[in-house]
Design a protein around this ligand. Structure first.
Ligand code: ADP
Ligand code: MG
Length: 400
């Protein structure tokens, strides 16, 4: 396992300044934060550093201001939510570097917390400009990265700073890295991957990487249609990327060479119109889909067989729903397989890691989010990790 320093390596920090990269890119509506999950994820890190006596300076981006000061994208929009989660007052500082930050540090007492302005107000952030990183580092003694979700970007606040100050993974970053390592780094075998969602084209690199890593690849969702069509199955009006037939064949061949068993659905749930509980709803064998029907979910027999596959596995990594889960009853396969995975995890026989925007929503909908070993809310960073890529923000934290 790659090595990185954690907060365990820090003793008393009284009077030291900790620059802490967190994710405050929170969903908002009418000026109010609608979901504070990301703040709650980093609260243990922030409070632990404060408890050790550090003056904590929070660094984060908010929206896409593209190097300009855009008042509607001030990270101070999240200040109330952050104070509510931390249960502490947080000073807002409208700069990320320079004398204003220096003055703020002078005012803060050990254990106090301040939030610096949106890092993306400065052009040097996304360019990973060493001058900006140096200017930010000048006001800190240590750097802590607790924003795995931003680690796929080599920016000044996510990568550059890690080279200028002693760098540590925060608790949330640490948990994410450990879970990902357990799922694909050095997993207990056999390993299964579930890949679903709308399109093959959005997850080509994920599929290509996974066939070389896992023992079972379970393909569902719209992307299964592309594979079925490539195999000569008539998928009717289903969402399908017919132009990717050769690519899909290539993935299946690569799987074969790597000894990875690919599971495609053999029964499916179809309808003539995409609506909740449509009159035309029926379940059939994949070879019996009519010209005017769409495949909208994996069928119940296939789900039962897939649950049996999971029973033989020790590790599961999941990205993408098996069907159009937002519309009833096309959530059935995703919910059923998620519950099987959750039950096996609870029994202690399966390590289950899942991620992806819609995947997290689907697992919440299935009521199993708490029963998985780990659920990543990191979106883009999670997908890049599933593609086998090195994430610059993670690499920069490594000590060996
Ligand atoms: P994630 O955000 O977890 O990475 P994706 O965005 O790749 O997942 O895919 C989720 C979307 O795929 C959902 O909106 C879902 O409705 C859609 N989807 C899944 N199966 C089908 C299908 N058979 N036909 C059409 N859309 C589907
Ligand atoms: Mg999505």
């Amino acid at each position: 396992m790659t090595k990185f320093r954690t907060l365990d390596d820090l003793g008393d920090l009284t009077g030291k300044v900790a620059l802490v990269r967190v994710d405050l890119n929170l969903p908002m509506q009418d000026g109010a934060v609608t979901d504070d999950t990301r703040v709650r994820a980093s609260a243990p890190t922030i409070l632990e550093l404060a408890a050790k006596g550090a003056k904590v300076l929070l660094l984060a981006h908010f929206g896409r201001p593209k190097g300009e000061r855009v008042s509607t994208m001030s990270v101070s929009m999240t200040l109330d939510a952050v104070q509510a989660v931390l249960g502490k007052e947080v000073m807002f500082v409208p700069e990320v570097a320079g004398p204003v930050v220096e003055q703020a540090v002078g005012i803060l007492r050990p254990g106090d917390i301040a939030m610096l302005e949106n890092t993306r107000f400065w052009k040097g952030e996304e360019k990973n400009d060493p001058e900006l990183a140096k200017a930010i580092a000048a006001n800190g003694d240590i750097y802590v990265n607790d924003a795995f979700s931003a680690a796929h970007r080599a920016h000044a606040s996510t990568e550059g700073l890690a080279h200028l100050l002693p760098a540590y993974a925060g608790r949330s970053m640490e948990a994410e890295l450990k879970a990902l390592e357990a799922a694909l780094g050095q997993p207990v075998r056999p390993v299964a991957a579930v890949v679903g969602g709308a399109k093959v084209s959005s997850k080509l690199d994920v599929l290509t990487h996974l066939v070389t890593q896992v023992d079972h690849l379970i393909i569902g969702g719209g992307m299964a249609n592309t594979f079925l069509a490539a195999r000569g199955v008539n998928v009717g009006k289903s969402l399908c990327e017919h132009d990717l037939a050769a690519t899909a064949e290539g993935i299946l061949e690569a799987a074969d060479k790597s000894g990875c068993t690919v599971h495609l659905p053999y029964d499916v749930v179809v309808a003539k119109e995409f609506a909740a509980n449509p009159a035309s709803l029926r379940t059939c064998n994949v070879h019996e889909v009519a010209e005017d029907e769409m495949i909208l979910d994996v069928g119940p027999q296939a789900v039962e067989a897939l649950a049996d596959v999971l029973k033989t596995c020790r590790t599961l990594v999941w990205n993408g729903p098996l069907g159009a889960f937002e519309t009833q009853p096309f959530d059935a396969a995703t919910v059923a397989l998620a519950r099987s995975a959750a039950a096996l995890t609870k029994e202690g026989v399966l390590t289950s890691v899942a991620g992806g925007g819609d995947t997290v929503a689907a697992l919440n909908h299935a009521g199993v989010a708490d029963d998985f070993t780990y659920i990543s809310t990191a979106g883009g960073a999670f997908l890049e990790w599933m593609e086998g890529k090195q994430l610059p923000g993670v690499v920069a934290l490594q000590t060996v």
